[in-house]
Design a protein around this ligand. Structure first.
Ligand SMILES: [Zn+2]
Length: 476
């Protein structure tokens, strides 16, 4: 039924883009006119094409695992559906002759050997878990893109110099253990093992047992760590989860960077009292102070006059929470996202100023604890340039985009060259059953990934050899 809904809504465009020699000459002329240098395009790229039918078969199959009545999927980390989707991915990867392994963080890796056994791998992937009652595209799109790249190159008989592989990371979405992007953080050594050892959910289930249930092992977490010696480049395809691409009518976004995320757990302590007999001037209402704090966050974001900063109070609870009692305390979580550290600092300064004035005026105490301080992360410039050049060679329009959502690529970028592509989310909807992207945009993006993997195999090999000193210059 899901497959049918997908079919009815959109159709993959027939055939696959072909690289015409004529077009190649025209593009090269245009690049030279702009004073640029032409990238030597390996012949192999021309032969490797995206198979829309194969992708659609996989997408339909994976979407049935944890399918919800509303047309989305429910696959939270550690659920039965999480386990079933893992089994499906491993079985499907094996049909492509990938050597599949599950690391101590539960991440699923599949690789094909390259010609040069000493080179690190080119990896394409994302995550397979979903938010509760989520959509079908967030995560699996990038994992299936990884399998599609492997399949396209295998069908074309192309063996790269680098090993080629896909990955599906564990627990990218927020989960009851409070540790999102868990698998990619563990794989890049961005999370203290001690935090993993003591993490429990609300029902006292340990993260240790949740990881063991999906093939992980907290005692061996060090073995899951990767470095630049393991991964030459990481590419992730994801839905945009916003409206910028759709509004611009552009099928593919090339991600320039991923925002920093900063969270504070805040407790406002006022005074509980009788709701009828306490005069306004005698009150220390924790809810009203908390509400004012949330408005301070909004005002502070507005003052930046930028779409690359945002702030939210997404959790808010009052005690004792009774009709005839003035709220005595209030717990909230404030989150700020910013493109630069300077923006975040300015927003925090404004909030600090407004909150200290407000707490004096209202006679409440405010306790703030930093819960997360993850810096913004730029995507690799060579990878960005390669993705853009490969798209333009196929006449696929692209737009550079900064990501205001966190992704596994944030962490991979700390150990290797990382890059991301976005496809438009129709209506900007995401983390809900209505989440959908158009097949023709997906087709365009995965074809760009296929071409980019071949191009990077060529470029990065030369880099490893030390024969090319100015790689970046070549791609500009
Ligand atoms: Zn995602």
């Amino acid at each position: 039924m899901l497959a049918k809904a997908y079919d009815n809504r959109h159709h993959f465009t027939s055939g696959t883009p072909v690289w015409h020699r004529d077009l190649q000459r025209r593009v090269h002329r245009a690049v030279r006119r702009k004073g640029g240098t032409v990238i030597s395009r390996p012949e192999a790229t021309i032969k490797a094409t995206f198979d829309a039918t194969e992708f659609e078969t996989w997408f339909t199959a994976i979407s049935t695992i944890g399918a919800t009545r509303e047309g989305g999927v429910h696959r939270p980390f550690g659920s039965d559906e999480d386990k079933r989707v893992r089994e499906w991915l491993i079985a499907t990867a094996r049909t492509l002759d990938l050597l599949v392994s599950v690391d101590a963080a539960g991440n699923i890796w599949g690789t094909l050997p390259g010609h040069s056994p000493d080179l690190p791998a080119l990896i394409v992937g994302s995550h397979h878990d979903s938010v509760p009652q989520g959509g079908r595209f967030d995560g699996p799109l990038g994992v299936l893109a990884g399998l599609s790249v492997v399949s396209a190159l295998t069908r074309a008989g192309i063996k790269l110099r680098h090993p080629l592989g896909f990955v599906s990371f564990t627990a990218e979405e927020p989960n009851p253990f409070g540790l999102s992007t868990l698998g990619s953080r563990l794989a890049t050594d961005r999370l203290e093992p001690a935090i993993v050892h003591r993490a429990v959910d609300a029902s006292d289930r340990t993260l240790r047992s949740a990881l063991a249930a999906v093939g992980g092992d907290v005692e061996r977490l060090a073995t899951a760590r990767k470095t630049a010696r393991d991964i030459a480049a990481f590419l992730e395809l994801h839905i945009e989860q916003g409206l910028r691409l759709q509004d611009a009518g552009i099928p593919v976004g090339v991600v320039t960077g991923i925002c920093g995320i900063y969270r504070e757990q805040i407790r406002v302590i006022g005074e509980a009292n009788h709701a009828g007999t306490t005069r306004l001037r005698d009150r220390h209402d924790a809810l009203l102070a908390g509400a004012e704090l949330a408005l301070c966050v909004e005002a502070s974001v507005r003052a930046e006059l930028s779409d690359e900063v945002i702030g939210t109070v997404g959790a808010f609870a009052i005690q004792p929470g009774a009709t005839n009692i003035i709220p005595g305390s209030c717990d909230l979580v404030m989150e700020l996202r910013a493109g630069t550290a300077a923006q975040r600092t300015r927003m925090l300064e404004r909030i600090e100023h407004a909150v200290s004035e407000m707490s004096v005026r209202r006679g409440v105490q405010i306790k703030r604890t930093v819960a997360l301080d993850q810096p913004e992360q730029a995507m690799d410039s060579l990878v960005q340039a390669t993705l853009t050049a490969c798209a333009s060679a196929r006449r696929i329009p692209t737009q550079p985009l900064f990501s205001m959502a966190g992704h596994d690529a944030t962490h991979l970028a700390t150990i290797t060259r990382a890059g991301m592509l976005f496809v438009p989310s129709l209506g900007g909807r995401s983390h809900c059953p209505e989440e959908v992207s158009r097949p023709q945009d997906i087709e365009a993006a995965i074809q760009v990934l296929i071409d980019a993997v071949v191009a990077l195999d060529h470029q990065l090999h030369r880099c490893a050899d030390g024969r090319t000193a100015r790689l970046h210059g070549e791609m500009e």
